[in-house]
Design a protein around this ligand. Structure first.
Ligand SMILES: [Zn+2]
Length: 402
């Protein structure tokens, strides 16, 4: 008898056009898969090592969700199909793709970190001994991510830990498969993104899902590009930020998948909701209030993304228009998805629960969609090519967030 838990969550996002082009707007072809199986495991097998970092005790569900979106251009410009089928098919054909090995070999255990090397020395103490750190990386630069942050390192990893919003978090930056394509500056920025975005998403949503507070970010010159998430593990291909230097917020999207902590698409209104929520988070919690995100990724209008399964903007509108200090409608959306209260075919009831206690109480999802589709919010350009977007000029979407 073997017993194991294998969980693979694959998020793929194939951004075809370089984000460096300010007028280029791309969307993702995404596949998100989680597979959980229960069996008995012989110790020492590959499955055993996988379960070390990927299992979620108490959740033995299986989710498979696929989302594909085509690249579009705003306004009257012609939509252009932009799927990167090659990569996506490679994963979906098998139905299961092994998680990067770093997932099982990275020193994920938060109890086995090396001694601190960057903490402020006590006055009079000798200067700290030079830290072991990945080649070419000055770990002292990582202290800017958060006041009071603790940093340690070894030859392959950088470890950060700190407290935000009353919660202790840690980030392991795994550089064991880093080939130097992602610059040290970009690695510093990626760590800053984590500390800016993840704790905020956690404080709003992650307590509901018991999301990990110890997260691993692996920058690897192998595996899937641009990025994927599984459990507490996020992989970004080493070439991605080199080739798409504005696309830091693909990581915000991945961190949102970590916050979801294993949504089952069979218990969402659509399996696409998994990606819609991650993209909703990407827009609302975009790093440095959209400085990078909005130059290479945006919200499409309701002309193009014209259903609750495809429109990221709908969720931003729903949150902006109907969340109040006493009724967080997207938190209730998150809770209903995570708690698997309603199978997909019963989501009319789910929406009723989500709308309960809000100004939408008693209305149908179709009715609410029609209200959105008739609003200017649904059509204002989110393009920032010429400064602040029309959408953000009319609606102060981000500054209201905690
Ligand atoms: Zn995703």
């Amino acid at each position: 008898m073997r017993k194991s838990i294998i969980l693979s969550a694959i998020m793929t996002a194939a951004l075809l056009s370089s984000c460096s082009g300010k007028k280029t707007v791309s969307s993702y072809s995404s596949t998100y898969e989680i597979r959980v199986t229960s069996a008995v495991m012989d110790s020492g097998s590959e499955e055993s090592s996988s379960s070390t970092t990927l299992s979620r005790p108490g959740r033995t569900t299986r989710t498979t969700a696929t989302y594909t979106a085509s690249e579009k251009k705003e306004s009257s410009e012609t939509s252009t199909s932009a799927e990167k089928k090659e990569s996506s098919d490679k994963r979906t054909n098998s139905g299961y793709t092994a998680i990067p090995q770093a997932n099982t070999t990275a020193p994920a255990s938060q109890n086995s970190k090396p001694s601190p090397t960057v903490n402020t020395p006590v006055s009079g103490d000798p200067a700290p001994k030079a830290a072991s750190a990945p080649d070419g990386v000055d770990i002292s630069r990582f202290s800017s991510a958060l006041p009071g942050i603790s940093i340690t390192s070894d030859s392959k990893n950088i470890y950060q830990s700190g407290t935000v919003k009353g919660y202790q978090f840690s980030l392991t930056i795994d550089l064991s498969k880093w080939a130097g394509n992602t610059s040290p500056d970009q690695i510093v920025t990626a760590s800053q993104l984590f500390w800016e975005c993840y704790p905020r998403m956690y404080a709003r949503f992650g307590t509901v899902s018991a999301a990990p507070r110890d997260v691993i970010l692996a920058i690897e010159n192998e595996g899937y590009a641009p990025a994927e998430a599984s459990g507490e593990f996020v992989h970004i291909h080493d070439s991605w930020l080199r080739d798409n230097p504005d696309d830091f917020d693909c990581l915000t999207h991945e961190f949102a998948h970590v916050i979801q902590n294993g949504w089952d698409g069979d218990f969402c209104g659509s399996s696409d909701f998994i990606e819609r929520f991650a993209d909703f988070c990407r827009y609302e919690y975009a790093f440095r209030s959209g400085l990078y995100n909005d130059s290479c990724w945006t919200l499409w209008s309701a002309d193009y993304e014209n259903s609750i399964d495809s429109s990221n903007r709908f969720y931003v509108w729903l949150d902006y228009t109907y969340s109040t200090p006493s009724k967080d409608i997207m938190l209730d959306f998150f809770r209903v998805c995570y708690e698997e209260k309603y199978p997909s075919f019963q989501w009319d009831k789910a929406w009723q629960e989500i709308f309960s206690g809000s100004a939408l109480e008693g209305r149908s999802i179709d009715d609410v969609w029609n209200e959105f589709a008739a609003s200017d919010f649904a059509y204002l350009s989110a393009d920032t090519s010429y400064g602040s977007s029309e959408l953000l000029s009319h609606y102060d979407i981000r500054s209201r967030l905690a």
